[in-house]
Write a protein that binds this ligand. Structure first.
Ligand code: PAF
Length: 301
């Protein structure tokens, strides 16, 4: 069934009040799935998780200009509203908020916005200055606009694929005392291993094939981690660099919460505990990011 589409904040609030009242009496829950549209199976996994855990599910589709540095990148971002609504309807999403730019930023470019600080300046932040400030600003607005009520459970769903985005949203929620519970949904991959992304559609068949080296290198690290072997990141970097169509931007092993680099010699120290491997590369004209949680299994199960 096609979900109900709301284009103004006032419509969203009224529709939410109606849906939450209908879901009661008693404690109710709301799941929020923020997106920029151009939906794929990765977004479907967010919608599915939200549907399973909540009485009312609202998705948002807004291509947020604040998080694009390059106007060409903003123009090129795919807009596929009708197909997106079909997908969201298929997963039982109740409401979809599709605001205009004017509705989200009535005063034009917002003067006041959030700062992602040091955590937003590294990795993606180095390649996309201002991106995370814009992302946090819109996510804060969306969390605010869809807030159900003090007595309702409030959950918001984000993909593990955008690990730095997820870490920053978690940090924002903690630092600014938002009440939403942030739920991470595992990365969805193609059968060959490529992490799904709205940008994959811009890859040629040859580039899509070359891009598989990213997940292959991440898998290599995950296998070494689980066996408590030294990660030997250098050999994984060499594997990626051996693929001529791929230009590596960064490949690092970090703390999963703070994204600070881990202080151990990857080449010699047997891996223990938990970490996160982050990778970004340009394949043709497309920038791809991926990541892999690393978890030691000393029992070898
Ligand atoms: O991950 C995305 O699609 C966007 O960054 C988000 C969270 C919807 C904010 O615009």
């Amino acid at each position: 069934m096609r979900p109900r589409v709301l284009t103004t904040a006032a419509q969203l609030r009224a529709a939410l009040a109606e849906q939450l009242a209908a879901a009661g009496p008693g404690p109710v829950s709301l799941g929020l799935v923020p997106t920029m549209g151009a939906l794929h199976e990765g977004h479907a996994a967010l919608a599915r998780a939200a549907r399973t855990e909540n009485d009312v599910v609202v998705a948002t589709i807004f291509v947020n200009p604040l998080q694009f540095g390059d106007p060409l990148d903003l123009d090129r971002y795919p807009r596929t509203l009708e197909a997106d609504l079909e997908i969201l309807g298929g997963y039982g999403v109740d409401l979809v908020f599709v605001p205009s730019r004017q509705e989200m930023y009535p005063g034009g470019e917002p003067l006041v916005r959030l700062s992602a600080g040091r955590l937003g300046a590294r990795f993606e932040g180095e390649f996309r200055p201002g991106h995370f400030d814009g992302m946090l600003t819109v996510v804060a607005k969306l969390l605010h606009l869809a807030w159900p009520a003090a007595d309702a459970a409030y959950r918001a769903y984000f993909g593990q694929k955008d690990a730095q985005q997820l870490a920053l949203i978690r940090r924002m929620v903690r630092d600014l005392s938002f009440t939403a519970d942030i739920r991470a949904v595992p990365t969805v991959r193609s059968a060959e291993g490529l992490a799904l992304s709205s940008r994959n559609r811009f890859l040629t068949a040859q580039e899509a094939d070359a891009a598989l080296v990213l997940s292959r290198a991440l898998r290599l690290l995950a296998e070494r981690a689980v066996r408590c072997e030294p990660l030997d990141l250098e050999s994984a970097v060499a594997l990626v660099e051996s693929q001529p169509l791929v230009q590596l931007e960064y490949f690092e092993v970090v703390d999963p919460d703070t994204l600070e680099p881990l202080a151990f010699n990857c080449r010699e120290t047997p891996f223990s505990g938990e970490a996160l491997a982050l990778i970004a590369a340009r394949v043709g004209s497309v920038r791809l990011i991926d990541n892999q949680p690393l978890l030691a299994d000393p029992a070898g199960t």
